[in-house]
Design a protein around this ligand. Structure first.
Ligand code: ZN
Length: 49
């Protein structure tokens, strides 16, 4: 089972990335350090729906 998730920047709340995750192996909310164009730096991105 794969679910499409959107990753948002926790600083400016931009929706910067969308990805798929396996909900069986990874049921937790994703938290990734990714580059945010708006912030101009790497920030923590969290999963949203
Ligand atoms: Zn940002």
């Amino acid at each position: 089972m794969k679910q499409k998730v959107t990753l948002i920047c926790t600083e400016c709340l931009s929706r910067n990335y969308s990805t798929y995750k396996n909900t069986k192996t990874n049921p937790e909310r994703l938290e990734l350090n990714k580059y945010c164009k708006k912030c101009g730096k790497h920030t923590l991105h969290k999963e949203t729906k």
